[in-house]
Design a protein. Structure first.
Lengths: 114, 114
């Protein structure tokens, strides 16, 4: 797999606090993605990046921002966490050599907003 | 809108049986499909993929079949083992997006009894 590390793996925080999740990859993949996974829903795309400092919104981007200052790191920030953002967050990468290559995923961050 | 769904939320089989997991997709323009396996507490793991110019693709103990006429995808697992117990879900990539914008199904849980 793409050597994807997500941190932290678990976090509990309070409503209104800022939260930053980190995704680190070692394969020099161009594309990186943030998803959330909730019961009854498939993985839903929050934001994605197609290069350093190049990012765009996904399906459920409200309340989230991202940054990518280096190829290997993609950060997801909840500026003011809400209970609806309690979820499991997954990062994925894709090597970009052709659209038809599988995305590879990290093991997720379980985030609870109280 | 685009959607990817699964007919059977839970599939129970005996060890050694063959398993078939089904997926219906709605976007006839999708040109790439992926099956993932997700074990508890882990991220989705790539199993096998197929492009729309193919009807069948085989891997180690797994086969994916694509029927574009009825927009149906299936994953066949031969000689199912207890280690195959997990949630399986499919994903489709609508063509023409320039990058991967996968649409994921909600998943089928496979339970393998010894």
């Amino acid at each position: 797999d793409a050597g994807i590390t997500q941190s932290p793996r678990h976090k509990v925080t309070e409503t209104g606090t800022p939260v930053t999740l980190r995704c680190h990859q070692t394969e020099n993949h161009r594309y990186m993605y943030w998803y959330r996974q909730d019961p009854g829903h498939g993985l839903r795309l929050i934001h994605y990046s197609y290069g350093v400092k190049d990012t765009d919104k996904g399906e459920v981007s409200d309340g989230y921002s991202v940054s990518r200052s280096k190829t290997e790191d993609f950060l997801l920030t909840l500026e003011s966490a809400t209970s609806s953002q309690t979820s499991v967050y997954f990062c994925a990468t894709h090597n970009g050599q052709g659209v038809n290559q599988p995305q590879h995923f990290g093991d997720g961050t379980r985030l609870s907003i109280l | 809108g685009e959607s990817v769904g699964l007919h059977l939320p839970t599939l129970s089989v005996q060890e050694g049986d063959n398993s078939i997991i089904n997926c219906a997709y709605s976007n006839s323009a999708s040109d790439y499909f992926i099956w993932y396996k997700q074990e508890s507490g882990k991220g989705p793991q790539f199993i096998i993929d197929i492009r729309s110019n193919m009807d069948k693709r085989q891997g180690q103990r797994v086969t994916v079949l694509l029927n574009k006429t009825v927009k149906h995808l299936s994953l066949q697992i031969a000689a199912t083992q207890p280690g195959d117990s997990a949630v399986y879900f499919c994903a489709e990539n609508p063509a023409g997006t320039g990058f991967q914008k996968l649409v994921f199904g909600t998943g089928t849980r496979l339970l393998v009894s010894p």
